[in-house]
Design a protein around this ligand. Structure first.
Ligand SMILES: NC(=O)N[C@@H](CC(=O)O)C(=O)O
Ligand SMILES: [Zn+2]
Ligand SMILES: [Zn+2]
Length: 429
């Protein structure tokens, strides 16, 4: 089946939010009718969506595409294909490429390559500091005013450790409604070698400990800087119960803070490291069950706004090392929805899934045309989900170029049936 943006697409009998079943008609990339008994006569393509759930396309606030620089691990094309397969219609591409996305030209290049591939909208994240070095601010204003329209800035992979630099970055982006997404890791409490949650297990395994407090002190500092500057901070990959407490407090004070949690921190725990399998080496590290429970609770009650994958592809030769020498990171675009549905489906419902995977992340990133309701006049950016599918992850079937897949061999519930970007089918399972 193929569709064209100039054609007419009819999604027949999908379950839409609110529990109704509806036919959705798309003309020239826009939703032109939602309701019963739309005629098949004028449709170029008809999709039988009986038993499927129609959700707004997912928006990933945290994707590592490795282009430019490490096209052996991922390209904008392969990462976009993996994203579409995961139900995403937009991804924010992190700035820690080589070279770093720290200029307007670099941001425009990523943006334009994404548009040329055309499977998801690739929205570049700009670096906070030049070369991610933590010292001088990058061209934040020029990136914001560029064709790429950058709104989210992050040195992800590294923490903006210097409080004065963080304060100035927050002040600067306030002028154009930008946000700083922080990789919260105090470098003196958790230096680069830290790779296992600090606790009884890290001692037993002889791995350098990464204490929870190294995350929590940065989250606490940053919410106070957000309050002081009146600007917006976003906490990337929250991993501890203590961070959740701080964010809950800050939101109650009216401080402009938002937060994301990864699918892996919602399900995987630190005891997986007893295998010394580098697939489970990630930053921040997998935490104990108490933290996992606190993160689930926080996502369900709105303290954590969004799920973000932190899809971090790595080539085999960067992962296949002794645990301490392997690269940090795991892939996750294609498994995000099934993990969230498996872990939290009952608590969130489809409304909740749409909120944490589409509406909220689109709002945080200021992305027009994404995270919108399935309604007349809206762009046809959506995904069809099979809620009853039960399947076992096989890393060799991934569209990502990399194989560092922590879900390999796991059975998950819920699968992406197909994805549509402005009415064009970008994935069919
Ligand atoms: N999450 C990771 O373990 N790795 C990320 C960087 C990051 O998100 O900190 C990467 O770029 O590989
Ligand atoms: Zn990070
Ligand atoms: Zn990351």
């Amino acid at each position: 089946m193929t569709t064209s943006t100039n054609g007419v697409l009819l999604i027949k009998g999908a379950k839409v939010l609110g529990g109704e079943t509806a036919d959705v008609l798309v003309t020239d990339g826009l939703i032109t009718s939602v309701g019963r008994a739309a005629s098949e006569a004028g449709a170029e393509t008809t999709v039988d969506a009986d038993g499927l759930v129609l959700l707004p396309g997912f928006v990933d606030l945290h994707t590592h595409l490795r282009e430019p620089g490490r096209e052996d691990a991922e390209t904008i094309a392969t990462g976009s294909a993996a994203a579409a397969a995961g139900g995403f219609t937009a991804v924010l591409a992190m700035a820690n490429t080589s070279p770093v996305t720290d200029t307007a030209e670099a941001a425009e290049r990523v943006h334009d390559l994404g548009r040329a591939v055309g499977l998801v909208d690739v929205q570049p994240v700009g670096a906070v500091t030049r070369g991610l070095e933590g010292a001088e601010l990058a061209e934040l204003g020029l990136m914001a005013r560029s064709r790429a329209g950058v709104r989210v800035f992050s040195d992800d992979g590294k923490c903006v450790g210097d409080a004065r630099v963080m304060r100035r970055a927050l002040e600067y982006v306030k002028a154009f409604g930008g946000v700083i997404s922080q990789h919260s890791q105090d470098p003196s409490l958790a230096p680069h070698a830290s790779c296992c949650h600090e606790g009884e297990l890290s001692g037993r395994l002889g791995l350098p400990g990464w204490p929870s407090v190294a995350e929590e002190v940065i989250v606490a500092r940053d919410v106070m800087l957000a309050r002081h500057t009146g600007s917006r901070v976003h906490v990337a990959h929250v991993s501890t119960a203590g961070s959740v407490e701080v964010i809950r407090w800050a939101k109650a004070q009216g401080i402009s803070v938002t937060a994301e949690v990864t699918p892996h921190h919602l399900l995987l725990t630190t005891d997986l490291l007893t295998s010394y399998d580098p697939t489970f080496k990630v930053n921040p590290p997998l935490r104990p069950q108490e933290d996992v429970e606190a993160l689930r609770e926080a996502l369900a009650d709105g303290t954590i706004d969004a799920v973000a994958t932190d899809h971090a592809p790595h080539a085999r030769h960067d992962k296949e090392h002794a645990f301490v020498d392997a690269a940090f990171g795991m892939i996750g675009l294609e498994t995000a929805l099934p993990v969230v549905w498996t872990v939290l489906g009952e608590r969130l419902g489809w409304d909740g899934v749409a909120r944490v995977m589409s509406t909220n992340p689109a709002g945080i990133a200021g992305l027009a045309g994404h995270g919108r309701p399935i309604a007349v006049g809206e762009p046809a950016n959506f995904t069809l989900v099979d809620p009853t599918a039960v399947w076992t992850v096989d890393r060799d079937l991934s569209l990502s170029l990399s194989r560092n897949n922590p879900w390999h061999g796991r059975t998950l519930h819920g699968a992406i049936h197909s994805t549509y970007l402005r009415g064009t089918q970008t994935y069919l399972g």
